[in-house]
Design a protein around this ligand. Structure first.
Ligand code: HMG
Ligand code: MG
Length: 291
């Protein structure tokens, strides 16, 4: 029997947060509605962060209110603090994600605080999520390299992942934020994290700047991970990670997995249609725009 792998779709959040132009909420809603038909169990729909820091996703409430929620699909939102958590709850996010960094430089750039402070900010969010019965996901950024501090020690990643699991995250997504990790570096990082966490509680989040994201996913599969974040059209990037490219392309991951012993439950034709729409609204490939 083929091993089931879950892809968590990132295009609407990671994909759109770094766009120069502000995409209208109606287009974001249409994108999420297309994604809802592709077979995903989880779609990260938006974030509730400071609109001064990420103006592109300032319309999170409008987007969440406008989507057609498909039964069986969980629509998650990324939040940095209690203010974000409360807004995400009002917007009826099915899952909440908090995000920390394994490097101090990126923590300062992305969250304007140290790693230790960011854990203290995540703590009340975790307590509220537990109280409200909302599943909590955690991200660790810069799991191999940081755009500000350079190489990141595997032990530092394991320590932040442990803190997130202790806070009650059911899953920790390990982010190669700048997308330049080598497979050997990913293996070393995973070995450290797997000393403190089970593979069932981990996910891989690979940006694809150097074109090695698929290789890095293979390494993670060999280490027992079975959840990966990806983005239709390869959209994505963090405004606070200069030079980083998008998330690994969902269709490329699904195709690679379909060729081997894995299945994702995703419909390739619907994925291609969602990717074409995502490219169209971000203006990446004008030649694909339909009249
Ligand atoms: P700060 O400026 O230090 O915070 O930012 P503050 O508490 O002083 O607040 C500043 C202003 O923001 C205040 O408004 C707050 O009310 C407001 P003012 O009084 O000036 O009018 N504010 C908020 N507004 C709406 N929603 C909120 C919120 N919080 C405060 N939740 C802060 C600190 C954390 C808020 C800021 O740094 C921030 O929003 N950062 C988010 C950055 C971000 O979204 N980055 C991208 C996502 S992470 C990512 O992409 C990586 C990932 O994909 C994995 C990977 O690839 O590695 C997950
Ligand atoms: Mg990311």
């Amino acid at each position: 029997m083929k091993r089931r792998i879950e892809i968590v779709e990132m295009a609407a959040r990671d994909g759109l947060q770094n766009e120069k132009a502000i995409i209208p909420a109606a287009d974001k809603i249409a994108l999420i509605d297309l994604l809802s038909g592709c077979g995903f169990r989880r779609i990260e729909a938006t974030s509730f962060v400071s609109p001064k820091w990420v103006p592109q996703l300032a319309d999170g409430a409008e987007v969440m209110a406008g989507i057609r929620r498909r039964p069986g699909v969980s629509y998650s939102a990324l939040v940095p603090n209690m203010k974000g958590y409360e807004a995400a709850r009002v917007a009826r996010a099915d899952e909440i994600a908090v995000f920390l960094s394994a490097s101090e430089g990126f923590s300062q750039a992305n969250l304007n605080c140290s790693i230790a402070e960011s854990i203290e900010r995540a703590r009340p969010v975790a307590e509220a999520a537990r109280r409200d019965g909302v599943p909590l996901r955690g991200y660790v950024s810069c799991v191999v390299r940081c755009p500000y501090d350079g190489p990141v020690a595997p032990q530092a990643v394991a320590e932040v992942a442990r803190q997130l699991l202790d806070l009650g995250c059911h899953e920790v997504s390990l982010g190669d934020t700048i997308g330049r990790a080598w497979p050997s570096e990913v293996a070393a990082m995973l070995e450290a994290v797997l000393d403190i966490a089970a593979p069932e509680n981990l996910a891989g989040h690979f940006h694809d700047t150097s074109g090695m994201a698929l290789d890095n996913i293979r390494v993670a599969l060999d280490h027992g991970l079975s959840v990966f974040d990806a983005s239709v059209g390869g959209l994505g990037g963090c405004p606070f990670a200069p030079g980083a490219r998008g998330n690994v392309d969902t269709l490329a991951v699904a195709d690679m997995l379909a060729e081997t012993d894995y299945e994702t439950g995703l419909d390739p034709e619907k994925l291609a249609a969602a990717a074409a729409f995502a490219r169209r609204i971000t203006g990446m490939h004008h030649e694909e725009v339909q009249p």
